[in-house]
Design a binder for this molecule. Structure first.
Ligand code: 26V
Length: 831
């Protein structure tokens, strides 16, 4: 007898659970599919009358059912085997949606496909029901998420630790061309992926209390308080579902019992207010702008992340180990940027005050346990916290920092007698204008490894930014070029290309991306090129449909899709891209018969709410877009579109559909970049500067398959003293015409003068990021690129060679290097 569809799904899931080694789950009395059980028992709804959101929840919970036993077994294996564990501490994790990713990594696609068919589910609509959790600003947070995927896939015993912000990155909309921000209340509906673990809450003691007055949080000095960290775990499913690690996110709360005490003294409302103040701590993620650096709440967030995570790590360590001296053999703690650097004094405090070790042993263990990654050289982004805040919140930690510094400076005096300048530069304390702790110095001194995220970045860090410390501790400095997970960024985001690749070289690339090099000879194979081109064309059409349904905007898949998507920042030079477009526009205006290869310029990205110039750049791009749209002489040859609300999901749609990737930062300023790698593995060609990991990408693909232009980092540094943007304005007619057009209010007819600050930055104030210096060579590279596009066989050949050369940029490779060269950690397969 043929199985009914319901039974078939249920059977398949049971088989899968069996395959994962945990034995089939027995239902009590009913043989309904998981999905329908969840609809009935969780949502209590009639399966014939459900909303798409309810369907999403039921499918997500069904997938969670499949992984839950395996998840428990992963932790049991680690408890039993007691391997060296990796802890990744990060103030941001930009995970993206989980449902489709978990289905792919659990290899449940055939079951999902069957469910879609049997139940006639609007799958794309259903996926859209899951919020894209914006618990990060950009590259740093997304890197953390890629690393978690790689560590689980490589069966490494790793845990991520972060904060459960109630409001993530703001939602962006565009009104009259301007960015508007709205809060992102992503937890409005229950998140099926988060498991609350109240029994594993930890207590954090601080030396002041908090109060909300007039909407802001105020610290009351000298009134010690206790905060509670309540963890929620998210499953991190390794590819093939063998290992399921955890991301543990802390939410702040006040202890449950406090209100009873206060209530008995009559101050019930006061007690509740205190609870609210405590919960405020993890309410919102800070945007990466310089003004936010001045805010005390962020400082408390950083300490809270560190205190909760270290308490948890040490508790776990003590469960299986009695001897403190084995800490570095069992625990590796990676600090993702300086945000969790208070781990240095916090671990010292635990070892000194709780374990009662002597200073030397505590210091040795601390340094051997901690490691630090630097993600930016921008001086305004290097964290420095006022000493006063340490005094107020964590005076014991300040005492420890002072003692670390005293010993460090003694060491400097011994090794470099009389070198007062060096002493001042190396010190953990910046003396003026007011005393601050230099968090990067503390992280370097208090750990045994400091790495940058691309070869050029690590080199600049070592030889310029923290030169004196690198001279003192040369063995600590190393490079780990970033990578991205090919599961989310190729297999899941670009199924059409992924299939074409697998058909040609097999599926080994999914977990060993270096196998993409097998595509190299296929660049010369006409039929593979045809497949490749057809895949790209289909993906572009799919993107155009998605964009239409999301935003109402129309783009033509037969034009070149030329993209720049990333946070809006002066150093990333979205303005340089806009200037290029103004020059192209001017060429048509001057010669209306000019035939251009039709192009669509796509921008997306958020500006920090207080970063006024970045917001003006968004406004300029939008005005440029509407002016070009409304200019009949353009005859649809150029189109500019700023897509609002850039997030992981948008990137997953847009990157696979792109022909051209713009990576055009001022050389020396983009530490690595990671979207550059995603574009490359999806077959886009890069037009870019010699910056960050783009340099290594060009090496891998061959420079002749790249469109590199502009000043090198060395040239940028060397010309700082004499660079004069006016020279370019005076001597380069196209540069001059473009700027004149902008400042004639051509793009701001009804808003005269609004773009004056662009004149200030590009001319009056000296063009710090050297837009004008690079514009001409950018245009030259752009011309070569468009010429190549006319030869579609050659274009496809180069695009294939780019994919074939992208194997190095898997985060699996990066993680293998961290594990081997920094953590000394090994896989711990789950039996
Ligand atoms: C922070 C701030 C704060 C103050 C104002 C300006 C500013 C600009 C940037 C940042 C972000 C710093 C950390 C960060 O996200 N770095 C990014 O890390 C990525 C992963 O390693 C890397 O690919 C990017 O190049 C790097 O910018």
């Amino acid at each position: 007898m043929a199985a009914s569809p319901k039974t078939a799904i249920s059977d398949l899931i049971s088989k899968l659970i069996a395959q994962y080694g945990c034995g089939p789950i027995k239902f009590s009395g009913t043989d309904e599919a998981f999905y329908e059980r969840h609809l009935l028992f969780d949502n209590v709804v009639d399966a014939n009358d459900v909303t798409l959101r309810e369907r999403y929840e039921a499918v997500a919970r069904s997938v969670r059912d499949v992984l839950s036993q395996r998840w428990i077994r992963t932790e049991q294996t680690y408890e039993r085997e007691n391997p060296k564990r990796i802890y990744y501490l990060s103030i941001e994790f930009l995970l993206g949606r989980s449902l489709a990713n978990n289905i792919t990594n659990l290899m449940l696609d055939p079951i999902a496909a069957q469910l879609i068919k049997d139940k006639n589910v609007d799958w794309l609509g259903l996926l859209e029901q899951e919020p894209d959790p914006g618990l990060g600003n950009g590259g740093l947070g997304r890197l953390a998420a890629c690393f978690l995927d790689s560590m689980a896939t490589m069966q490494l015993p790793a845990t991520g630790y972060g904060l459960r912000y109630e409001y993530g990155m703001f939602k962006q909309s565009i009104k009259d061309g301007w960015q508007e921000e709205r809060p992102d209340h992503w937890l409005r509906r229950e998140d099926p992926w988060q498991i609350m673990r109240p029994q594993e809450s930890v207590e954090v003691k601080v030396n002041c209390s908090f109060e909300i007055t007039g909407g802001s949080l105020r610290a009351e000095v000298g009134k010690p308080a206790r905060l509670f960290g309540i963890p929620r775990d998210l499953p991190i499913v390794g590819y093939s579902g063998r290992t399921i690690n955890s991301l543990r996110l802390w939410a702040a709360g006040a202890p449950d019992y406090f209100d009873f005490q206060e209530f008995s003294h009559g101050d019930f409302v006061g007690a509740l207010a205190e609870k609210l103040a405590a919960e405020t701590l993890t309410r919102v993620l800070y945007p990466d702008d310089s003004t936010s650096l001045g805010q005390g709440l962020r400082f408390v967030q950083e300490y809270f992340l560190v205190a909760c995570s270290l308490a948890d790590i040490i508790r776990r360590f003590r469960r299986s180990n009695t001897d403190w001296s084995t800490l570095p053999d069992k625990v590796a703690i990676q600090l993702n940027d300086t945000h969790p650097t208070m781990a240095v004094p916090e671990l010292m405090r635990i070892l000194l005050d709780e374990a009662k070790l002597g200073w030397d042993e505590a210091w040795d263990l601390t340094r051997k346990t901690l490691t630090y990654t630097n993600h930016t050289l921008l001086p305004e982004a290097l964290e420095r916290w006022p000493i006063q805040w340490f005094e107020m919140l964590i005076p014991r930690h300040l005492e420890i920092i002072f003692e670390i510094n005293r010993r460090l400076l003694d060491d400097v005096r011994n090794r470099f007698p009389g070198d007062e300048g060096r002493l001042a530069r190396v010190s953990l304390i910046e003396e003026s204008p007011t005393k601050h702790v230099r968090m990067a110095n503390l992280a370097i001194v208090g750990s045994h490894s400091t790495n940058g995220v691309a070869a050029i970045h690590s080199e600049l860090l070592r030889t310029i930014t923290v030169k004196d410390l690198a001279e003192m501790f040369p063995e600590r400095f190393n490079n780990k070029t970033n990578g991205v997970t090919p599961r989310r960024w190729l297999l899941l985001a670009n199924p059409t290309l992924a299939r074409a690749i697998s058909d040609a070289i097999g599926e080994g690339w999914i977990t060993d991306l270096s196998q993409l090099s097998k595509l190299k000879p296929l660049a010369d194979d006409k039929s593979f090129r045809d497949n490749f081109r057809a895949a790209t064309r289909a993906t572009k059409a799919r993107f155009a449909n998605w964009l239409k349904s999301k935003t109402g905007e129309t783009v033509d898949p037969d034009t070149i899709f030329d993209c720049q998507i990333k946070r809006i920042h002066e150093y990333k030079r979205q303005l340089l891209n806009a200037l290029r477009i103004v020059v192209l526009y001017n060429r048509v205006r001057e010669n209306p018969n000019l035939e251009m290869t039709p192009r669509t310029f796509l921008f997306s990205g958020k500006a920090a709410p207080a970063y006024h110039l970045a917001k003006l750049i968004i406004k300029f791009i939008n005005n440029l877009a509407s002016t070009i749209d409304n200019d009949p002489t353009m005859r649809g040859q150029l189109k500019v579109l700023f897509i609002p609300e850039y997030d992981v999901t948008l990137a997953e749609h847009l990157i696979p559909a792109s022909d051209v990737s713009n990576q055009i930062s001022t050389a020396g300023y983009e530490a690595s970049g990671t979207s550059n790698m995603k574009f490359m593995m999806n077959g886009a060609l890069t037009i870019g500067t010699r910056d960050g990991a783009t340099i290594e990408m060009a090496q891998e693909a061959g420079e002749k398959n790249f469109f590199l232009f502009g000043l090198t980092a060395q040239q940028v540094a060397d010309s700082r003293g004499w660079y004069n943007p006016h020279w370019h304005y005076e001597h380069e007619p196209e540069t001059r015409a473009a700027l004149d057009l902008i400042f004639s209010d051509h793009f701001s007819r009804h808003e005269p003068g609004i773009f004056e600050p662009l004149r200030d930055t590009l001319l009056t104030h000296g063009d710090y990021y050297m837009h004008l210096a690079d514009l001409t060579s950018y245009l030259d590279a752009d011309r070569r690129l468009v010429e190549l596009y006319a030869n579609s066989e050659e274009w496809a050949r180069k695009a294939i060679l780019n994919v074939a050369g992208s194997g190095k940029f898997s985060s699996d490779r990066t993680i293998a290097q961290y594990a081997g060269e920094i953590w000394n950690a090994k896989p711990c397969p789950v039996g």
